[in-house]
Design a protein around this ligand. Structure first.
Ligand SMILES: CC(C)(COP(=O)(O)OP(=O)(O)OC[C@H]1O[C@@H](n2cnc3c(N)ncnc32)[C@H](O)[C@@H]1OP(=O)(O)O)[C@@H](O)C(=O)NCCC(=O)NCCS
Length: 401
């Protein structure tokens, strides 16, 4: 039977979600289905059918993402990509990727972004590794440097109902300045803080700590050992409008009794390490978070800002989206870029993955050159280009979508 692909309608969520849950090794439940409903944009979900049977698909959420220097910009947040085990390695996902990128070309979003279940999956479709997170672990009671101020305000443990409106307000205030952070509708908040058994993974329900200028959401886990309590405190999100509130919230979490370690999947440049008297107490290991796909080179490069002026002809290769392939004159003046198709000789040759990787300002083009994604033709231009692309801070995405 020939496979067909089409977008879904509102009543297609349940069947789609069953296939997706199963492909992610989860059992489908009504709770999980309801959790997805508020985020489900049927016309942006592509499904592949074998006859009448839905055998795979992928979705897009219409979100904004903060990009370097230019605040929130539209992003196609790619999500829910899965194929039934019996139909894998026959090009089903490739058809979904094809349909997604064709639908995005010259549309609302100039970039797409995703979290990958496995890092080898998406580079072939032009996604580049743009942001990483840090698995942070700090022992309870780790002292701050002398002179660190946590201010005079108290951190209070509050109910979810009290915490959520404050969390939303703080997040909205902070988001425009944090590269990689996504816009969240109320449905997105409900989804990400749903607190189902599946999310808890053997830990407690969410607990909420509020400071007048920030919040932390976390879980705890009991662990009693021969030498005493060694519980764990897992931070889900810690957001503060001020540096004092940031320090106060960390101090609060680091001082919770009966805990052995604080653990947090956090920004790769989380400043807590510089708050500690003994920075080595903060163990960190990095892993990929956001993969970015430049959908349309000219629109994407023009919508963010740059650190320094540069004028270079880029020769871009893009097998999956050939409309991007070719030479582009990329000129930055006072932080703003213009991008025009040209026939001039190239200064730098690169693949579209490299542009996606460098897009959020965290991955250096000079590093990508050493990894053979980028080739300098005109001496000196690569350093200038690499510097121009750098962001003010490491990109970070605080939620898996
Ligand atoms: C990942 C998944 C969606 C791939 O679907 P699929 O229909 O088998 O993929 P395709 O047949 O279109 O594969 C396209 C190419 O990607 C490769 N590929 C597919 N899955 C891969 C993986 N997990 N790791 C590395 N390469 C992979 C294929 O080998 C194929 O390569 P080729 O073109 O050189 O032959 C499917 O394996 C799945 O549902 N996995 C579990 C859920 C999951 O991880 N989803 C991704 C969410 S981010």
């Amino acid at each position: 039977m020939a496979l067909t692909l089409r977008t879904l309608t509102a009543d297609g969520l349940a069947e789609f979600q069953r296939v997706l849950d199963s492909s992610f090794l989860h059992d489908s439940t009504d709770d999980e289905l309801e959790r997805w409903r508020g985020l489900f944009e049927p016309e942006r979900h592509h499904a592949v059918f074998d006859g009448d049977e839905l055998i795979g698909g992928g979705g897009i959420q219409s979100r904004d993402i903060t990009v370097p220097g230019a605040g929130p910009q539209p992003v196609a947040a790619v999500t829910s990509v899965g194929v039934k085990p019996g139909h894998r390695r026959r090009g089903v996902m490739t058809r979904v990727m094809r349909a997604q990128l064709d639908s995005l070309h010259e549309g609302r979003e100039a970039i797409a972004a995703l979290w990958a279940s496995e890092a080898a999956i998406y580079p072939r479709f032009g996604y580049g590794l743009a942001a990483e997170f840090s698995r942070l672990s700090v022992p309870r009671g780790a002292a701050f440097r002398r002179g660190v101020s946590t201010g005079g305000e108290r951190v209070r443990e509050v109910s979810r109902d009290e915490a959520m409106p404050v969390a939303k307000a703080v997040y909205e205030d902070v988001r425009p300045g944090r590269t990689g952070w996504l816009s969240r509708t109320d449905a997105a908040w409900d989804y990400h803080f749903a607190d189902t058994e599946r999310d808890r993974g053997g830990l407690s329900a969410y607990r909420y700590a509020l400071h007048p200028q920030g919040y932390a959401v976390y879980r705890v886990k009991n662990d009693w050992q021969d030498r005493g309590p060694r519980g764990e405190l897992h931070v889900r999100e810690l957001v503060a409008r001020t540096d004092e509130a940031f320090a106060a919230l960390y101090r609060y979490l680091l001082d919770v009794d009966l805990v052995g370690e604080l653990k947090f999947f956090t920004a790769s440049d989380d400043p807590v390490v510089h708050l500690l008297e003994d920075s080595r107490l903060a163990l960190r290991s990095r892993s990929d978070s956001l993969w970015v796909r430049v959908v349309d080179v000219d629109r994407a490069l023009a919508q963010r800002r740059y650190q320094s002026d540069v004028d270079a002809v880029l020769e871009v290769s893009d097998e999956f989206c050939p409309w991007n392939a070719g030479r582009w004159r990329f000129t930055v003046k006072d932080g703003a870029a213009t991008v025009q198709r040209v026939d001039d000789d190239p200064d730098v040759v690169l693949d579209v993955q490299a542009l996606g990787a460098a897009y959020l300002g965290g991955t250096r083009l000079v590093s990508l050159a050493r990894a053979q994604h980028v080739q300098e033709v005109t001496p000196g231009v690569l350093n200038a280009l690499s510097h121009a692309f750098l962001g003010d801070r490491e990109p970070h995405c605080p939620e898996v979508f």
